[in-house]
Design a protein around this ligand. Structure first.
Ligand code: NDP
Length: 246
């Protein structure tokens, strides 16, 4: 495995799904990777093992992104293990479908807690510890532009993520740190498949002009660009990585 970058990154929600592929790709790019996860230790350990098997460096750190102490532990563990931190990927997130008319405030609170409070805490820590040349990427969603029925609380939480991203980019003026969001369309992960029928999945897969679901690696490739040597002039942007999902 290449160690050409010799840098270190924190990726939240990297035990599975999109975060796992981001971790694997950034490890292949030469980053040492801190794998954040909520509770799924066997899968987090498997991602660490896969990176180590290719000669890379990784640790797994359990914690809730919505808990400030857990986020502080994730970052301090990464800094202790790697001696540096160059990039932060705020990927951990949850999605429940909840039509607004049902008044499902519990679903709203869950998504606001993990997606907004969690992103806020991770971005805050990133802003505190990253130095010159640092890179921050947060995960939003392309569904914001479609306003699909049932996605109200999720969409509200991810709109907040985009707002936080833009404000932080401005707050970091003069520090040569980029802050961006990636907004995937439907991606083949548990978060996407949960609760959907085969028919719904096939319909959603056809919505991109590529006529397939996104794969986690499609999103990881875009993250790799944003945090890599060629991504430094992209700042305060929402990059819609969705195969033409309109
Ligand atoms: P998955 O459900 O497949 O994976 C979620 C990951 O986040 C897991 O690693 C999980 O850890 C972790 N996680 C969940 N809650 C917390 C928490 N409170 N604290 C710490 N870690 C947590 O999701 P995806 O990979 O599909 O989604 C990743 C991101 O991409 C999310 O922000 C999502 O909103 C966004 N996205 C996804 C799309 C899709 O179609 N899949 C489309 C657009 C955006 P553990 O394994 O331990 O539970």
């Amino acid at each position: 495995m290449s160690t050409k970058l010799g840098k270190a990154v924190v990726v939240t929600g990297a035990s599975r799904g999109i975060g796992k592929d981001i971790a694997l790709r950034l490890a292949a790019d030469g980053f040492a990777v801190a794998i954040g996860y909520a509770g799924n230790q066997p899968q987090a350990d498997a991602v660490v093992a896969a990176i180590q098997a290719k000669g890379g460096t990784a640790i797994a750190v359990k914690g809730n992104v919505a808990d400030a102490d857990d986020v502080a532990k994730l970052f301090s563990s990464a800094q202790q293990a790697f001696g540096r931190l160059d990039a932060v990927i705020s990927n951990a997130g949850i999605m429940d479908l909840a039509p607004i008319k049902t008044g499902n405030v519990a679903a709203l609170d869950r998504m606001m807690t993990t997606n907004v409070r969690g992103t806020f805490l991770v971005l805050a820590k990133a802003a505190e510890v990253l130095g010159d040349g640092g890179r921050i990427v947060a995960l939003s969603t392309s569904v914001i532009a479609k306003a699909t029925p049932g996605y109200g609380p999720y969409l509200a939480s991810k709109s907040a993520v985009e707002g936080l991203m833009h404000v932080l980019a401005n707050e970091l003026r003069g520090r040569n740190i980029t802050v961006n969001a990636i907004a995937p369309g439907p991606v083949a992960t548990e978060l996407f498949f949960n609760g959907k029928t085969g028919e719904q999945i096939a319909m959603l897969a056809k919505m991109s002009s590529m006529e397939r679901l996104g794969q986690p690696v499609d999103i990881a490739n875009a993250v790799s660009f944003l945090v890599g040597n060629d991504g430094g002039w992209v700042n305060s942007q929402v990059v819609r990585v969705n195969g033409g999902f309109a």
